[in-house]
Design a protein around this ligand. Structure first.
Ligand code: NAP
Length: 267
């Protein structure tokens, strides 16, 4: 029996990167998973990989086959989010774990940051997490069980060129604490993980924007990380899986930094 056998998870932004690694990890631990992303093809690819995993029988749905459902979803749109939650309930019958992972970057120094740069980042990260949590809490409250895990970031503490991103990642910490307070009486926990530098398309795109190869960018960043290396998506997924499991049954309203060292310390 996997640690998440019988559980159903919804992971946003699951088409690649941390979301894909998280969906796979939750499935490996026995959960059935809805993968929701703007990028449907990415989700279908990850869903196929999950379907091929050797999993405990309890991870199978009623038809004995479906372990992963790939859906196109825009987390910033109320209707799209509701449809995603409805399809998850129709397919798997319940919803136990929500991972608010979908994200974008629109970095720029404040004086060059456009209204659009601000609005898009707020809409995907903050509005998206709000819409998903609001839609997911309904079945979770009925079940008297739920786990909501949101992706914050070390940028929540402030980062040059990221006024928009830093604000939403700090906002997600406030949202997390408030969800923990409001939903705790219904057996629902809410926590956040705050990664530092993780090797994904998101950070590779930043390297490109700065005119660096991903390897050169990572080597430079690594010098300031106590563990002297950047993180991998699987190293975030494993912490999310812990928070999603009953091993974390009394942990709520917390932010766990996953940054290869204490945050804000340069070594
Ligand atoms: P990523 O590789 O860029 O993947 C993000 C995924 O989210 C993409 O598949 C993207 O789809 C999807 N997405 C974007 N907007 C969406 C929307 N409106 N609705 C649904 N899906 C949407 O990013 P990542 O590095 O894995 O990051 C995942 C999360 O971790 C983000 O919240 C990020 O802020 C956070 N994080 C990352 C790092 C890091 O170092 N990588 C550090 C701290 C926190 P498209 O491809 O179609 O845009």
């Amino acid at each position: 029996m996997g640690r998440l056998s019988g559980r159903v998870a919804l992971v946003t932004g699951a088409g690649r990167g941390i979301g894909a690694a998280t969906a796979k990890r939750l499935a490996e631990e026995g959960a059935r998973v809805t993968l929701a992303d703007l990028d449907l093809e990415g989700c279908e690819r990850v869903a196929q990989e999950i379907t091929k995993l050797e999993l405990p029988d309890a991870a199978l749905s009623e038809d004995g086959k479906l372990r992963a459902l790939a859906l196109k979803c825009d987390v910033s749109t109320s209707q799209s989010v509701q449809e995603t939650v409805d399809r998850t309930l129709e397919t798997f019958g319940r919803l136990d774990i929500l991972v608010n992972n979908a994200g974008i970057l629109r970095d720029n120094l404040l004086f060059k940051m456009s209204d659009d740069d601000w609005d898009q980042v707020v809409n995907v990260h903050l509005r998206g997490a709000f819409l998903c949590a609001r839609a997911a809490q309904k079945p979770m409250v009925e079940q008297k069980y739920g786990r909501i895990i949101s992706l914050s970031s070390t940028s929540a503490l402030g980062n040059r060129g990221q006024a928009n991103y830093s604000a939403v990642k700090a906002g997600l910490q406030g949202l997390t604490r408030t969800l923990a307070i409001e939903l705790g009486p219904f057996g629902i926990t809410a926590n956040a993980v705050a990664p530092g530098f993780i090797d994904t398309d998101m950070t590779r795109a930043t390297a490109k924007r700065l005119g660096l190869t991903p390897e050169a960018f990572q080597a430079g960043v690594s010098q300031h990380i106590p563990l002297r290396r950047v993180g991998q998506p699987s190293e975030v997924a494993s912490v999310i899986a812990f928070l999603a499991s009953d091993d974390a049954s009394y942990v709520s309203g917390q932010v766990i930094y996953i940054a290869g060292g204490p945050v804000g310390v340069l070594n």
